[in-house]
Design a protein around this ligand. Structure first.
Ligand SMILES: [Zn+2]
Length: 343
């Protein structure tokens, strides 16, 4: 990256109200068939435009073509029965009715590759593409076939690798795997979670990232955060193994969080996407507040490895709030760029 402190988002942006009901997770589509296909493309173009207008350096599709960051990918796989549902506890936190794995999981055809090609032709900016991570995928399913979380994660890692290779060929510069589950299942992360992630990035030449957060700003997550005490040290569990892994970039929640910033020392050498925008509030950060978080992170991340970002996806927010937050992120990064260059 030639620019210092390149900005990006963790992934999702709100959808236009004509495509899906805003401020809602798993919001159903308002269009159908051909209209839906065209509508998703238009929304993707708008999401790109919003990022460009805000001066975001590494752009994404804003996840406009997916209903949910995990479910939509799984919907494209065989071996999962969406009619057969079981209630499970997601990330040990909240109950949800999820589909069942009934046979061998396979990717019959590419999931997001067409969308990535479309985004690629709209911009020359670096593109980041988010995929769910293997551990977070298995946590959003009931497994009646493999009966082993590790085995199923390994199968998903192989499938994600196929998709990632085709996204790379479509011109994606950074492929990001979303692993909020890494903040919950510490033993599994160290036993096989990071190994599965490395299987997913095997053979890729583009940059790779893992996004680990405390979740969207929904009630189940904010309630959970209230129970975590004054210091959130969850990252400490996965960092040592991540530091020695092949992953290039680690994307983290840092703003308004109780994560002690010095934990970042444990991944020194990795590029860090520092979350400097809180996605769990409608308050729009001031550029100075963003700059303050980045300044704190700079104590533990070398300037050439610091990528200002958002704590998590912004899909549950209104477009107006999300746009305000994109602008704040850019302006905050700019303050620090000027400080670093002594101007
Ligand atoms: Zn997140």
């Amino acid at each position: 990256m030639t620019i210092l402190l390149p900005t990006s988002t963790a992934g999702s942006l709100p959808k236009p109200s004509w495509l899906a009901e805003p401020e809602k997770l798993w919001s159903p589509w308002k269009l159908q068939n051909e209209e839906l296909i065209d509508g998703k493309k238009d929304a993707l173009s708008l999401a790109l435009f919003d990022q460009l207008r805000a001066g975001i350096d590494i752009v994404s599709d804003g996840e406009q073509t997916r209903q949910h960051f995990v479910t939509t990918f799984i919907e494209h796989l065989s071996g999962v029965d969406f009619e057969k549902r079981e209630v499970v506890k997601i990330r040990n936190r909240y109950e949800a009715s999820v589909p069942t794995v009934v046979g061998a999981v396979e990717r019959q055809k590419p999931v997001f590759v067409e969308d990535a090609r479309f985004l690629r032709q709209l911009t020359n900016k670096p593109i980041k593409w988010a995929l769910p991570g293997p551990m977070t995928m298995i946590d959003t399913l009931y497994d009646a076939h493999y009966k082993s979380r590790e085995k199923l994660a390994w199968e998903f890692a192989k499938i994600l690798n196929q998709e990632a290779k085709e996204l790379e060929a479509a011109g994606v510069d950074i492929i990001q795997f979303d692993e909020p589950a890494f903040n919950v299942f510490f033993d599994e992360v160290n036993d096989w979670g990071i190994a599965a992630l490395e299987r997913a990035i095997e053979g890729l030449k583009c940059e790779t990232a893992v996004h680990i957060c405390y979740g969207y700003g929904i009630k189940a997550n904010t309630d959970w955060k209230q129970t975590l005490g004054s210091e959130w040290r969850q990252y400490e569990e996965a960092f040592p193994k991540l530091q020695t892994s092949n992953i290039d970039i680690v994307s983290l929640e840092c703003h308004n969080s109780r994560v002690p910033m010095d934990l970042l020392e444990l991944i020194r050498g990795k590029k860090v996407m520092v979350g400097a925008i809180d996605v769990a509030t409608n308050n729009i950060e001031t550029p100075e507040e963003v700059a303050d978080t980045l300044r704190k992170a700079l104590q533990f991340v070398d300037a050439d490895k610091l990528y200002p970002s958002t704590n998590c996806g912004m899909t549950p927010l209104s477009r107006k709030v999300a746009t305000g937050k994109l602008n704040a992120l850019s302006a905050g990064a700019d303050i620090i760029r000027r400080e670093l260059s002594g101007k």
